[in-house]
Design a protein around this ligand. Sequence first.
Ligand SMILES: Cc1ncc(COP(=O)(O)O)c(C=O)c1O
Length: 382
Amino acid sequence: MIPLFRPSLGEEELNSIKKTFESGWVGLGPRTKEFEDAFARYIGTKHAVGVASATDGLHIILKSFGVEGSEVLTPSLTFISTNHAILYNNAKPVFVDVEEDTLCVDVGDLNEKVTSKTKAIIPVHYGGHPVDMNAINEIAEDHNLVVIEDAAHAVGAEYNGKKTGTLGDAGSFSFQAIKNMTTGEGGMLTFDDDALDQRLRALRWVGINKDTVSRAMSQGKETRYSWEYDVVELGYKCHMSDIQAAIGLIQLKKLDNHLNAGRTRVAEAYNKAFRDVEWISIPVEKPGVKRVYWNYALKVENGKRDEFGEYLREHGISYGVHYLPNHLHPFYQELINNGTIKEPHVPVTMEVWKKILCLPIYADLKAEEVNYIIETVKRFEG
Ligand SMILES: Cc1ncc(COP(=O)(O)O)c(C=O)c1O
C-alpha cells in the first residue's frame, strides 16, 4: 500500500538527536532556542516560540490576545484543532465559507460575518496555498481584529514575496508527523512583538516567567543554575523539547530543497497528468503566491468521489479527505443544537468537501510510484 504521507527522516536527524542525548539536556533547553532562532530567521519574524503542537500554539496565542467571550472567524474546512483552540478559550467559532478553487476562506463571506463581537480571524492556508492576506488584513484593520495565520500546512509558502507566518499578528506552524517538516510532534508560533514573546514563553511553561535555560544561562559565562522564578499566571505545559528541536534543526535545513521541493515535484507530475482529465479539477496556484503542497487535494467532479477512493484502495493507493467540515462532527452539532454556536451558512464548503480527494504526496515518493498512481487514476472510469 502506498501511504498518503510519509516523513523523510534519516541519519542526520538521528545524529542530531544523539548530540542532544549526549548533552544531558533533553527538555526545554538550548537546542530549542537554537531551533527557534533558526526558524524565526527562515520565516522572517523577530520571534519564534516552540510549542508541543500547533493545537497548543493556537490555544495559547488566542489566549494571549484575550479572545474569551468573543467570536472568531474561521473556516469549517480545516483540521479540528483550529476550531477546538477557539473553544478552549471560551470563544465562539463563526464559520466562514471557502473559495471553490483554493479551498481557503472566502474574503467576501468573511467580511459579511464580522459583528461587534468579532475579535479575531484565523485564516488557514489550506493545503499550503496562502490566503489572500491583503484583503484579510484590510478587514482586520477596519474592524480592529487580530489575525492569526494557521500555517500548519504552509511552511515555506509565500504571499507577495513574504513567507506565511509573517503576514498577520502571529503565525502558527505544525511539525506533527505528516507535515512538510516534522519533529514527531511539535509546533512554532511566529510574530514580532516583544511583549507577546514574554507572555507566550510563560504560557507554554505553566506560567513561569523564566524558563530553565535562561535561568542557567543568566549566570554569565559559567553555567550556574538558578532555582528562582515567579509564576505570573495560570500557564500550560506545552513547550517544545530539545529532542524535538534536534530533529527540527535538520528538517529546517532540508525544507526548501528536499521536503517542499520533493512534494512540489510530485504535485507537478499529477497536475500535468490530470490537467485534461474531464472529471478531475486539479489544485491551483493564484498569482502573487508561491504555494507549497502539504496535501494534493484534487476534486472529483462526477459525483463518484467515494467510489474512486475505494478503487484506489483496491489498487494499493491510500487516499485522504481533508476535511469533513468541522461543524458536521457530532460534538459541534451538539454545540449548534444547544445554541452555543450558530448554524453556519457555508454552501461552497458543503458542496466542495464531497468532491475532495487527496492523493499520496511526500518528498520521498518514488517516480515509479508517482507514475503508477497516475496510470491507475487515469484508468478509473470517470
Ligand atoms: C490546519 C491545521 N491546523 C492545526 C493543526 C494542528 O497541528 P498539530 O497536530 O501540530 O497540533 C493541524 C494538523 O494537525 C492542521 O492541519
